[in-house]
Unconditional design. Structure first.
Length: 152
């Protein structure tokens, strides 16, 4: 099974990078995990709605360029489906049975473009709260690892 996490922006916090590397090592027993960062679009402080959409579109194009046609895409969205850990483990097991690659997509500070959400096979939400997108990478990997441990 191949798995990929696509995210907008560079990780700056050392403690988050260390946590991600720790979970990538743990996950290597179960899955081939790639982490791909696409550059975030530089944007002015006070943007209009049109400018916000343009930023999301440019970031979305960068994300979509890393997604194969065959991949099963799970986007992280505030409005997505909320699952408990057991349900998430079951969902990963079901998707793994039908897909050769699972791609998780984490948007930038403005969220995901309409094109990326349209490409998504499943919208997942970890909470109605907003979390820093850098931190969500670590939370996502921890939950994927926990899901594999539950399934095994």
């Amino acid at each position: 099974m191949k798995m990929k996490v696509l995210a907008v922006g560079k990780l700056k916090e050392k403690f988050i990078r260390q946590g991600i590397e720790d979970y990538r090592k743990k996950l290597s027993k179960y899955v081939m995990m790639d982490m791909i960062e696409v550059p975030d679009e530089k944007a002015p402080e006070n943007m209009s709605k049109l400018e916000m959409e343009q930023v999301k579109e440019k970031e979305g194009e960068r994300l979509l360029s890393h997604i194969s046609k065959e991949a099963y895409v799970i986007t992280l969205e505030i409005g997505g489906q909320m699952l408990d850990t057991d349900q998430f483990a079951k969902k990963l097991k079901e998707v793994s049975a039908i897909a050769g690659e699972i791609v998780f997509v984490i948007g930038g500070s403005l969220g995901l473009s309409k094109q990326v959400m349209k490409r998504s096979n499943y919208a997942l939400s970890f909470s109605k709260m907003t979390f820093p997108h850098q931190l969500m990478r670590l939370v996502l990997l921890e939950q994927i690892y926990r899901a594999y441990r539950i399934s095994k």
